[in-house]
Write a protein that binds this ligand. Structure first.
Ligand SMILES: O=C(O)CCC(=O)C(=O)O
Ligand SMILES: [Fe+2]
Length: 221
């Protein structure tokens, strides 16, 4: 247990070849999605977002989550139905798939949770992360989500988090700025954002430390 519920984080060490092929394929998918998003935003350089993931120093990662069934957890005298507490993903884009056990929920609005049905053989769930929200000046919003445990079945999920390189500068392109849409976030590096992530709680909205108005906010408050 890692203090985030009953999620068991496994860093992949098994069949490297299969894992590498999977990561390459989902990275390509994420890049194509980001290029379509950039085109939709009419950014002249449509690879401006995908380049972050293609960078050889990209901090992208693959995470496997394992949620034992509630019945089993109750034998251990714990009955927390939340497997992974509510949060937004800090990175640019997440490509997630799970086995056929439901559990993922998204919150389009405070206090409301909408279940996302699993489609293990036909569909991925794609989450906008905080860095993409900043890069698009809030045109795309990072989605708050959580994962519940199932009462009798084990749930497993696999998430590819497409991230920038540590020293990459996260700044909205000038084409997305106008007097009516001024910059919401000050430029920051991915390293700075990761530090903010580590020094706050899982469910915190860390982008607030990077809003233009909060230039002088103290992370330790
Ligand atoms: O297991 C899930 O469906 C969600 C996992 C998740 O949100 C994460 O790993 O960041
Ligand atoms: Fe997540």
């Amino acid at each position: 247990m890692n203090g985030r519920g009953y999620v068991c984080l496994i860093w992949v060490v098994g069949d490297r070849c299969a894992v590498n092929s999977y990561v390459e394929a989902v990275r390509e998918l994420a890049c194509e999605i980001l290029e379509l998003m950039a085109a939709g935003l009419r950014v002249p350089d449509t690879s401006m977002l995908s380049n972050f993931l293609r960078d050889s120093d990209s901090d992208s990662l693959l995470r496997l989550n394992h949620y034992p069934p509630l019945q089993l957890l109750q034998l251990l005298n714990t009955s927390n139905k939340i497997g992974f507490g509510e949060h937004t993903d800090p990175q640019i884009l997440t490509i997630l798939r799970s086995n056929d056990v439901p559990g993922l929920q998204i919150s389009p609005q405070d206090g409301f949770w909408v279940p996302v049905s699993p489609h293990p053989s036909t569909a991925f769930c794609v989450n906008v992360g905080d860095a993409l929200q900043a890069l698009t000046n809030g045109r795309f919003l990072s989605v708050r989500h959580r994962a519940m445990v199932n009462s009798c079945r084990t749930r497993m999920s696999m998430a590819y988090f497409g991230a920038p390189a540590p020293n990459a500068r996260i700044a909205c392109p000038p084409e997305l700025l106008s007097p009516h849409k001024p910059n919401l976030y000050r430029p920051f590096t991915w390293d700075e954002y990761k530090k903010a992530t580590y020094s706050t709680k899982l469910g915190d909205t860390r982008l607030r430390f990077f809003t233009v108005q909060s230039d002088h906010d103290d992370l330790s408050e």
